[in-house]
Design a protein around this ligand. Structure first.
Ligand SMILES: *Cc1c(COP(=O)(O)O)cnc(C)c1O
Length: 358
């Protein structure tokens, strides 16, 4: 039976990305050795770094003055590295869910943190609106896509201070105006590659101004270390970086970010339309906050006892990974770049068939 992968992360990658990465693990560029068993400093691997970096700059149209880094530690390490490198006195955070809260927790270790706005009062089912950004902040931190709740800020905000975004679960799904940001970071395993590497895009001239300069920053946590050494200060995660390169090639060959944005809208429309139409289901977040990446829905109250049964029904028809996060319940269909219209239509067919039975 054909499987349709709706996992939230690690998640679906284009089949050719998996196949090409697998081939290079067996024999890298025909040199008779695996990608996993050569030096990251060898002449064979350097071109991988160079091409991946160049493609990221090209696809996101990154202006001059920014560095592209491939780091370890996941997006979670960036929750610490961001305030460590950028927070002088006071930072603002938009509290839109679990990941934002984790970022806030780390930032508080390095300075004053203000929650500029929060949607905690309604279990993060909306994106706060109508707030004003204080002008005395070192930066404002946002989470562009809230993977767990299925809300998304699908625009580049205009704020009077430096802007930093955790784009772990929607990077490369739309064109982004990078010039509005001082730092963008993303764990790879949602929309870029297998787990193990974090993409960081950082504006060079903002570094070096925190009070921590006096004692000197911890080497591995200082963005400048990795900028200076081209992400090779220590051994980078070579296989995930290669996998990212394959995804980036695939992105370019498939029309780049404009095409990804269009596809994301098409997929989401098909699925949200069915959620709104189907008598059994309803969406969990406010309509204007709906994520195009993580589509969350639950059974209507009168059908709530069908939860496990629908899960089983869908699983038997090839749906994988549609169980909602425990904080939300119900179902979550993650539709990252690799998700096909066919996959979304298969899930919709399942929902229709199930409705007809009840
Ligand atoms: C998954 C996720 C993270 C955590 O990523 P790790 O790489 O596991 O540390 C952080 N932020 C968002 C928005 C995520 O979706």
């Amino acid at each position: 039976m054909k499987k349709y992968n709706f996992n939230a992360g690690p998640s679906m990658l284009p089949r050719e990305v998996i196949e090409n990465t697998a081939k290079q693990i067996l024999d890298f560029n025909g040199i008779g050795l695996s990608l996993a068993e050569i030096s990251h400093r060898s002449k064979d691997f350097q071109p991988v770094m160079d091409e991946a970096t160049a493609l990221i700059k090209e696809l996101l149209e990154i202006p001059e003055g920014y560095s592209v880094l491939f780091l370890g530690g996941g997006a979670s390490l960036e929750f610490c590295m961001v305030p460590y490198n950028f927070l002088r006195k006071k930072a603002g955070y938009l509290n839109t869910g679990v990941w934002a809260k984790k970022a806030i927790k780390e930032a508080k270790r390095f300075g004053e943190v203000v929650e500029v706005a929060s949607s905690a009062d309604k279990n993060f089912t909306y994106i706060p609106k109508g707030w004003t950004c204080p002008t005395d902040l070192d930066y404002l931190h946002v989470t562009s896509n809230n993977t767990i709740y299925g809300t998304e800020i699908r625009e580049d905000l205009d704020v009077p201070v430096r802007l930093i975004s955790d784009m772990s679960s929607d990077i490369f799904s739309r064109p982004v105006d990078v010039s509005k940001y001082d730092c963008i970071y993303a764990g790879a395993q949602k929309n870029l590659a297998m787990a193990g590497v974090t993409l960081v895009i950082v504006k060079d001239d903002v570094l070096g101004h925190t009070p921590r300069e006096e004692q000197g920053l911890a080497t591995m946590l200082d963005f400048r270390t990795h900028i200076k050494k081209g992400s090779m200060f220590n051994t980078p995660p070579v296989v995930p970086i290669y996998c990212a390169l394959e995804t980036l090639r695939w992105l370019k060959a498939n029309g780049g970010l404009v095409a990804m944005d269009k596809l994301a809208k098409e997929r989401a429309e098909i699925l949200y339309n069915e959620i709104d139409r189907n008598k059994l289901f309803r969406g969990t977040v406010e309509n204007d906050a709906r994520s195009l990446m993580n589509i969350c829905f639950v059974l209507n109250d009168e059908y709530a006892e069908l939860q496990d049964d629908f899960f089983k029904f869908a699983t038997e028809r090839g749906m994988v990974g549609i169980k909602g996060h425990r904080d939300v319940g119900g179902f979550r269909a993650s539709c990252y770049n690799a998700q096909t219209i066919e996959g979304v239509e298969a899930l919709v067919a399942c929902m229709k068939e199930y409705e007809a039975k009840h």
